[in-house]
Design a protein around this ligand. Structure first.
Ligand SMILES: [Zn+2]
Length: 218
């Protein structure tokens, strides 16, 4: 079953066969319009054959849309009765049998038409229930699929956030390391400057010491 309004419900084709001229079976079925749309649904059937096959699981095969009273096994039995009188010697019996037969077959036809309509109606109702059931199944499956996709997206979003946090953390660490390195170098430079200064001070002091007038030692 193709639950897609762009396709034939039964076979999935995209194109409809042209409708039969007036008087085709479908115009007599109130459940299907002349364009083979299934009334009350968004679906359609491409051909009479597809409607027949769509109804098949729900109907006695003797009452499919292409069947007539003459196809019914009971009618075949009924039709064979007058032959039993063919060999009858009395023509009056023969005629009586013919008349009875005509009456019986007429009755059979009208009875058959009534049953045919009932069977088609209930098969069509069963088809509609089947469509509803499958639509519901599809809705549930689609919902489950949507939930799985939403979960997967949420997980992906969480992973992305985690990754971003990790990257941010790494960036902060690198920055801290760089700042530490800068501080270390500055301290080293300062140490060298101070050392040099101390050396120069010591040198100057030594020089000063050399030239400072000393008291005479007598
Ligand atoms: Zn079809």
């Amino acid at each position: 079953m193709h639950l897609d309004p762009t396709k034939c419900l039964f076979c999935g084709t995209f194109t409809k066969q042209p409708p039969f001229p007036l008087g085709n079976n479908f115009t007599t079925y109130p459940a299907i319009d002349a364009d083979r749309n299934i009334i009350g649904t968004q679906y359609w059937l491409c051909s009479d054959q597809c409607y027949d096959r769509a109804l098949a699981p729900h109907i006695d095969p003797n009452f499919g849309i292409f069947k007539s009273a003459k196809d019914h096994p009971l009618f075949k039995r009924l039709d064979s009765i007058p032959n039993e009188f063919d060999k009858d010697d009395e023509p009056s019996s023969h005629w009586l049998a013919e008349l009875e037969h005509i009456g019986a077959t007429t009755e059979f036809h009208s009875e058959w038409r009534k049953i045919h309509k009932q069977k088609l109606d209930s098969a069509h109702q069963a088809l509609l229930s089947d469509i509803k059931y499958r639509e519901e199944q599809k809705r549930i499956a689609d919902e489950q699929k949507a939930t799985v996709v939403a979960q997967r997206n949420a997980e992906r979003e969480l992973t992305n956030q985690q990754r971003q946090q990790d990257r941010e953390e790494q960036r902060r660490q690198r920055l801290a390391e760089r700042e530490e390195e800068t501080r270390r170098r500055q301290a080293e430079r300062q140490r060298l400057i101070d050392e040099k200064q101390a050396q120069e001070d010591a040198k100057r002091q030594a020089e000063d010491e050399k030239w400072r007038p000393r008291p005479f030692s007598l």
